[in-house]
Structure formats: structure tokens, C-alpha cells
Design a protein around this ligand. Structure first.
Ligand SMILES: [Zn+2]
Ligand SMILES: [Zn+2]
Length: 271
């Protein structure tokens, strides 16, 4: 299967000039799969993605959860995908504990936005997905509940990619992603904080709903993926800190990468 991957927003929480908040694009021959609608969704307006949007491929938008850094871009849809049909796949209530229709209705409505999702000039079809496997545009997509203050969903697309953000490190994520080519996993801290009493509390707090770069690398190794991309980077940390995360992760899993927003990665056989 010929495919490409781009992290449209590689940051968490607060968008920065360098990194918008979470959004990823998996371009498949028959469909465009978008994961999360953080502010990074806006990068689809960049010229390099015009050919992606011009085709007639089905567009599916999978949401990990409803924290605003993952859904703020829903209000950009009329500007980016006007006239198109977009299948929106929030995690089912069995994963998040909340009704997906009610939650999306309360999120995008007057007076916070001129219209609700249904009033947009985009044909939005809301199709929640529960745990287990689903056939989406002819591809097997799996969902799994993750550990986060408000539970989130991990997504797996065939043997191509697993997308795990806003989750504490969980060995079950390795089983979920096992055998995929690309694991896109969040990394909120380096992980070195654990071993220093002065910073141990930072690690404790992070681990209630997030993962360190070292933990993500260990999961990638256990899952025997080909490549790990770290996402949902902490916007309050410096570039040097993020470089340190990458080096620490590479000691555990050599094929770890941090991508620039919008960088296009071919997912070919040589990956
Ligand atoms: Zn987040
Ligand atoms: Zn979150």
C-alpha cells in the first residue's frame, strides 16, 4: 500500500510558531485519514497539501478525545473542506464515557461559532467508533481506550500506523501497535526527571495522563514497529529539551524521529 504521513501539528496544548496542536494526516490511495483536529488542521491550507485535497478520496477524521488542543480545528472545516463530505469518527461512549453527538454539539455551537457542525457548508457525517476493528474506506481501523484524565482513543490503521496520543504509557499500547510500520506516540517529557528527586514530581504529574520519550521508545521497541514519531510535544519546553528527548529515545529505539510540522514522510517498503 502506497501511503504518506504528515504531522500537521506536532505539539500539545498551546500552538507555537513551530508546532501547531495535534493533527496528523495519513494519505492513502483511496482515502485521506486525519487524526485529531487541533490547530494543525490549518496546515492543510498550505500549497504542499493542495493535491491531497483536490482528489475525490473519502475524508475521515478520527478524534482521540475532546480536549480543546485536539478539536479546536473543527471550526476551520468550512475554510478547508467546503463542499466536501467529511466522516468524523469520535470515540464511542464506551471509550470516553460521554455521548459523542451531545459532546460535539456542545463544543461547536452558537455563540462560540456562527453554526454548529450541521450548519457548516461541509457534509459532516458523525460516525462514532468503539473498541475493536472497523472497515473504513476499505481499510481496517481499530480503536482502543487509553489512560488519560478524560479517556482517549488510540487508532490503528491496518499494519501501517498506530496513533497514540494523550495517554499514560501503557504496555497494552505496544500490543495494540504491534507489527505496524509507524508508531506515532506522544512524548510530554524526557523521562530523566524520574531519577532526580528535584524533578520527580514533574514525572509523577506527567504520568497521570502522559508519556515520556523513553517510555514511548520502549513501547516502540516492544511493538517491533519500524519507526517511531514523537508527537504532542510540550510547548513550554525548549528545542534543546526536545532534542534531548530524541537522543534519549534513540538510545532505546534507534528509529525515533521528531518531525517538523507539515513534513511529508513516504510510507513505502523501505521505511
Ligand atoms: Zn492534548
Ligand atoms: Zn488530552
Amino acid at each position: 500500500m502506497s501511503a504518506s504521513f504528515s504531522l500537521l501539528g506536532g505539539g500539545g496544548w498551546i500552538p507555537t510558531v513551530r508546532r501547531e496542536t495535534t493533527c496528523a494526516l495519513l494519505s492513502l490511495p483511496g482515502a485521506l485519514f486525519i487524526f485529531d483536529a487541533g490547530t494543525g488542521l490549518a496546515r492543510l491550507l498550505e500549497a504542499r497539501f493542495q493535491t491531497e485535497l483536490e482528489g475525490e478520496r473519502e475524508i475521515h477524521l478520527f478524534l482521540s478525545h475532546y480536549h480543546l488542543d485536539h478539536v479546536a480545528g473543527l471550526v476551520y472545516l468550512p475554510g478547508i473542506l467546503k463542499g466536501r463530505t467529511v466522516f468524523v469518527h469520535p470515540p464511542a461512549a464506551e471509550i470516553t464515557g460521554v455521548d459523542p453527538w451531545e459532546t460535539l454539539d456542545s463544543l461547536v455551537r452558537k455563540p462560540f461559532n456562527p453554526t454548529g457542525l450541521a450548519g457548516m457548508p461541509v457534509d459532516i457525517r458523525i460516525e462514532p467508533l468503539g473498541e475493536g476493528g472497523h472497515s473504513i474506506a476499505g481499510v481496517e481501523v481499530r480503536a482502543r481506550r487509553q489512560i488519560h484524565p478524560d479517556p482517549s482513543a488510540a487508532w490503528r490503521v491496518g499494519d501501517l500506523m498506530a496513533f497514540c496520543t494523550d495517554t499514560a504509557a501503557d504496555q497494552k499500547s505496544a500490543a495494540f501497535a504491534c507489527g505496524t510500520r509507524l508508531l506515532v506516540h506522544e512524548a510530554w517529557i524526557n523521562g530523566e526527571e524520574e531519577s532526580d528527586p528535584a524533578t520527580r514530581q514533574i514525572a509523577r504529574e506527567a504520568y497521570t495522563g502522559h508519556t515520556s520519550a523513553r517510555q514511548a521508545a520502549a513501547l516502540a521497541a516492544a511493538a517491533e514497529v519500524v519507526q517511531l514519531v514523537l508527537c504532542h510535544l510540550n510547548p513550554l519546553r525548549s528545542d534543546d529539551y526536545h532534542s534531548g528527548m530524541l537522543l534519549a529515545a534513540r538510545e532505546i529505539f534507534a528509529e525515533t524521529h521528531i518531525l517538523e510540522d507539515g513534513e511529508i514522510v513516504a510510507l513505502q517498503e523501505e521505511l
